[in-house]
Design a protein around this ligand. Sequence first.
Ligand SMILES: Nc1nc2c(ncn2[C@@H]2O[C@H](COP(=O)(O)OP(=O)(O)OP(=O)(O)O)[C@@H](O)[C@H]2O)c(=O)[nH]1
Length: 336
Amino acid sequence: MLDHFPNTPLAQRTAPAIPQHPNLFKRILGLANLGLVVLDARKRIVLWNQWMASHSGMAASRVEGQELFDLFPELLGQRLELAVHSALTNNIAAHLPQALNRTPFPLYPSGTWGGERVEQSIAVTPFSEGRERFCLIEIGDVSTTVGRERLLRDQAESLRAQSYVDGLTGIANRRHFDVALQRELGRAQRHGGHLSLLLMDIDSFKAYNDHFGHQQGDACLAMVAEAFAGKLQRAADLAARYGGEEFAAVLPDTSAEQARQHAEAIRACIAALNITHAPAASRPNVTMSIGVASFDKDRLNDGESLLRAADQALYAAKRSGRDRVVVDGDAVTMAE
Ligand SMILES: Nc1nc2c(ncn2[C@@H]2O[C@H](COP(=O)(O)OP(=O)(O)OP(=O)(O)O)[C@@H](O)[C@H]2O)c(=O)[nH]1
């Protein structure tokens, strides 16, 4: 730190040059970029600096001599009143962090009395002068900091939301699916309820890509995702992109037979989109094969076994001709 008085003994440095500059303190108080209020022992305002005047619309001449809580009755019962009381009666200083007490004083951005109050950080400090007790209230405008914090919080929230959404299709991504499956498995294990899982794969999608190009392939994936997600009506159901051209659905409180019906409705809905497929594909239109597996407390009681069973059912649906639903445990006749 710079030493402005290198040759002055320490004891003398504390006594400022008041006689030469009688208005120095007044001027500093007028320039201070924070609110300064001094109360006497009866809570009457004895100092109200220029910052307070310009942010409250009340000149010092109007408020000095008045009891603070008569002037601002809305402060009664607030933490500020308690802090002032403790300062004047028990000599206790206090800091009121903005997070707890955001805008106690009716203060507005300079010259705009009305609208949003400035966010305030307040310190209350007792002091004595002669035999008299006073308290200093310092009020900082922390609106910019609070605004920045809010923005960062919003951005963090939006990033968090994005990290659970598949960028191409707008439905849940694999991470979201994994979290939802674990959560619902835990619930099924605790309460012994139903839980079903669908794994879906677009048929001959390589042929689609090869024929129409990757970009149109992406557009096809997005259309299929929208249609399939639209078939899941209940709020607890989760439609997700499992990876590549594979989709998945977590269906809580859904038995294997109910899941088969849902899967059949999804299969029919995709076929009914009538998206023209590549000539090399097994069908003229884009279709989807679906494997279904359901929670079973003895056999399929964790994510790995449930996914494996759904994947095997999906494989069986492919091998038995595609554009169909196979439920784990179905007897399937293979086409090849
Ligand atoms: N356009 C696009 N294609 C993708 C994406 N992810 C995976 N694919 C393609 O999907 C195709 C999957 O092909 P395969 O796994 O051979 O299976 P398939 O042609 O669908 O055949 P079956 O599953 O047996 O019906 C590959 O050509 C991948 O490149 C993607 O995000 N966008």
